[in-house]
Design a protein around this ligand. Sequence first.
Ligand SMILES: Nc1ncnc2c1ncn2[C@@H]1O[C@H](COP(=O)(O)OP(=O)(O)OP(=O)(O)O)[C@@H](O)[C@H]1O
Ligand SMILES: [Mg+2]
Length: 259
Amino acid sequence: MTHEASRTSALSIRRLEMVYGGRGTTSHALRGIGFDVEYGEFVAIMGPSGSGKTTLLTCIGTLERPTSGEILIDGEDVTNLSRRRLAAFRRKSLGFVFQEANLIDNLTAFENIALALSLAGADASEISPRVMAQAEQLGVGDALEKFPAEMSGGQRQRVATARALVAGPRLLLADEPTGALDSHAAARLLEVFEDINAAGTTILMVSHDPFAASFASRVLFIRDGLLFNELRRGDSSQDAHYRRILELQAFLGGEANVR
Ligand SMILES: Nc1ncnc2c1ncn2[C@@H]1O[C@H](COP(=O)(O)OP(=O)(O)OP(=O)(O)O)[C@@H](O)[C@H]1O
Ligand SMILES: [Mg+2]
């Protein structure tokens, strides 16, 4: 392995800009943000409503092309990949939990999760057991026959998370994955994230909740489309990390709490 290769990060964001809209109604969602995420990190992103968190995740997830800047995943700039390579990358390497669950309405929970697995190329024989195991792990094993309209908000969110995890992504992007969950279900989901992170999945999770963020090894604070602070957990306990996140939020005027 060359020196250069050994320094490749799971994710490198360089001078990323995103301007939405046309003349007169532009919205500068990202203003040159940059940071690296190393392999195996669990990074939380916090910031006020409208600060660009979802935009950042959608660009990293290759669902939108940024206006300028680079997004290197495994050292490769995904802003210039062909449609075909992008589709393969999304199916095989990436898990995405959207801010709104985004399930397919006319498929059951089982079918929604199974679809992700079959698109990733899984053998037909392994689909059913893997879907059931993943749904069980997230506490929605009893909702597999339901259609999205028949599920609670929290069930939809966990089914969407099961869909994102079932193919074993190397990079998980999660936008407010605990937003619709009660504290018990949230803690359970975050423990699943801890487990898959320990097993090697790199995680980037947007959350406004300091408790959820305290599961991450590093918290990035963004404001107005720019990174403006970060907190590393280091050797401190989760509880101490949680208190530091709260303190930093208070120091920042509590605005990171505003949704
Ligand atoms: N598709 C779009 N078209 C035009 N403007 C957009 C679009 N998506 C986002 N924006 C704008 O970009 C800015 C950042 O939005 P974004 O959704 O990334 O914020 P956020 O940090 O995820 O907020 P929240 O915490 O409320 O989810 C906002 O000003 C928003 O209005
Ligand atoms: Mg958002």
